[in-house]
Design a protein around this ligand. Structure first.
Ligand SMILES: [Zn+2]
Length: 258
C-alpha cells in the first residue's frame, strides 16, 4: 500500500508573500460578549451497561466540588431504590429523582430561589430523559450558563437508541463514548445490552424494564416484582446477533457451570 504525502508545497495555492496580519483593534468589535461568563457546555457520556458511567458521573462531581463549584445531581430509576447516584464500585451520592413530567429548568430555578447555587448538573440515567427535557438542559446551558454532564446508556435491548440518548446525541456540545473494560463473555468489547428473561435472550417488549445486571438469581429467589426473572447482559455485536449468552448462561443446550 502506498500512502502519498498529504502536503505538497509546490501544489499550494497560497501566495509566497505573507499576508500582513491585521493590526489588533484597540476596541474589540464584540465587546459586549466579554461581559458574559465563560460559555457553559452540555456534555454527554454514553456506553453500554457496566461501562463505568455512574462512577465517572461521581468522579466529575467530585472534581467540580473540589473547585468550589456547587452541583445538583439528578437521576431516574437508579439501581438503588433511594434517590441517589450509585455505582457498582461502591460509591454513591444523594440525588434528585426526576420523572418524565419534571421541568428541569424549574428544578434549577427553585434551587436558586431557595438560595442554593447550581453551577453544574450531573444527570445520570440520561437515556430515560424525554426529548423535551434534553432541550431544557440545553436551555440551562445557553441561557443560564449551567454546565451539564449527562450520562446514559447508548442503546436499549433491541439495539435502538433510547429517546434521551438520541436527543443528546443530536444537541450536545460534546459526546464521548465510555468504555471501561466491559467485555462480552468471549472477551471482545461489549457494546450491546441484551435482555434476558428466564434465561433466554428476548428482542421485543417494553423499552424500559429496570433490572439489575447481576447474574440471575435461582428461580424463586426473586421478590416477584419482576417476574419472570429479567436481567441484562452486555454482549459483543456478534453474540448479540446470534443470541448467545455464553457458557455460564443456563440456556437450552448449554452447560450451566457453577
Ligand atoms: Zn462476544
Amino acid at each position: 500500500m502506498t500512502v502519498s504525502s498529504p502536503t505538497h508545497p509546490e501544489e499550494s495555492d497560497h501566495p509566497t508573500t505573507p499576508i500582513p496580519l491585521p493590526v489588533p483593534a484597540s476596541v474589540p468589535a464584540s465587546g459586549d460578549r466579554r461581559r458574559h461568563p465563560a460559555p457553559a457546555h452540555l456534555r454527554f457520556f454514553h456506553g453500554p451497561m457496566d461501562c463505568g458511567k455512574s462512577t465517572l458521573a461521581l468522579q466529575v462531581d467530585h472534581n467540580q466540588r473540589r473547585q468550589g463549584r456547587h452541583g445538583l445531581l439528578l437521576t431516574q430509576g437508579d439501581r438503588s431504590s433511594a434517590p441517589q447516584i450509585s455505582s457498582r464500585v461502591g460509591l454513591s451520592r444523594d440525588a434528585v429523582e426526576v420523572d418524565a413530567g419534571a421541568d428541569l429548568r424549574l428544578l434549577v430555578r427553585d434551587r436558586w430561589a431557595d438560595g442554593h447555587r447550581v453551577d453544574y448538573l450531573i444527570v445520570d440515567e440520561a437515556q430515560f430523559l424525554t426529548s423535551a427535557q434534553v432541550d431544557q438542559l440545553a436551555d440551562l446551558v445557553d441561557d443560564w450558563h449551567v454546565d451539564v454532564y449527562a450520562f446514559g446508556l447508548t442503546t436499549d435491548f433491541r439495539t435502538r437508541l433510547f429517546p434521551g440518548t438520541q436527543r443528546l446525541l443530536e444537541v450536545a456540545d460534546d459526546v464521548q463514548r465510555v468504555q471501561v473494560e466491559v467485555l462480552c463473555w468471549c472477551g471482545l468489547p461489549g457494546l450491546l445490552n441484551a435482555r434476558v428473561v428466564a434465561g433466554v435472550m428476548v428482542r421485543s417488549g417494553e423499552t424500559v424494564v429496570v433490572a439489575d445486571t447481576a447474574p440471575a438469581d435461582p428461580p424463586g429467589a426473586e421478590d416477584g416484582s419482576l417476574s419472570p426473572t429479567v436481567r441484562y447482559q452486555v454482549l459483543c455485536r456478534r453474540h448479540y446477533v446470534r443470541g448467545e449468552l455464553g457458557p455460564t448462561a443456563a440456556g437450552p443446550g448449554q452447560l450451566s457451570l457453577p
